[in-house]
Design a binder for this molecule. Sequence first.
Ligand SMILES: [Zn+2]
Length: 331
Amino acid sequence: MKIYLTFDYELYFGERTGSVENCIIHPTQLLKEVADKHQIKLVQFVDVGFIIALEKYKSQYPSLESDYEAITNQVRTLYKEGHDIQLHIHPHWEDCKYNGQKWEMDVRRYKLADFNKEEISDILHRYKGKLEELTEKGAQFTFRAGGWCIQPFEILREEFIKHGVLVDSSVFQNGHYESAQYNYDFRNACMKSKWKFNADPCKEEEGPFTEIPIGTIFNSPLFYWRLFLLGRMNPHMHKPLGDGVPVAAPGQRFKLLTRWTHNTISVDGYNAAILHRGLRQYKRLKKEELVIIGHPKALTRFGLKALDKFIEANKAKHQFTTFREQRSQLI
Ligand SMILES: [Zn+2]
């Protein structure tokens, strides 16, 4: 099986964004050390809107200059060393301001489809251009939507073709969430581990795009009780390395603690305990790809150790790979 280890490289978007060092640079460095040890490559879905916001404000607020330098240097280094840098778009950065002390987050336009066609085209052009500047021309052809909000895709379709963004990894099968800020509904998604699509990423159809969905697992409420309790009991191992707070997701915690839910196969925190179970399930279903998701900011010491063991146990039997390595197969 081809296993993609993918990370959404970003700050938190709640009241406190957390620091660049603790949410991004340091945990990514730790991930890179694990990958280097096993000689495998990682995929970073870089929240490039933040890099562009830093660029906009850094001359006015020199303290942001070091954040900008740290991120751009790390992204350049990762790419040079063979890791994959792909496009993660949180367009709400267009509306966020730095006030000299902190980022004033405005997440009212959280998804690309909240913008008009001209704005979408402009965002895609600038964001992709910025990542190309840090890597090389044409290096970005894979997309992950911020908050997985890729729907409705029809309004994005033409611009994605124009910019050569032809692979998506935003869908996770059976996932479903709806709040004022964001929503996704993948309950009708194709159940394969890879498919072609045209105007709807959930639907297999002849078209210019390929979907490689994020791995999904079905979890009992007990799993989440354990997760929240362990965090309280052993914060050293189970407290996220990032120091911010997420955007409110009303009802989400209650749902996880009270019923069986479909969730992503993830390296974040205690979720890393079920990487093996996720892989076993995918093998049983004879799937050919498994995309594992993570966020450097949500990584814990426990998760890092679990990831290390997971790679060690599976690197001979499976192929840890990246979109960059699979490019000729995908587009
Ligand atoms: Zn994100």
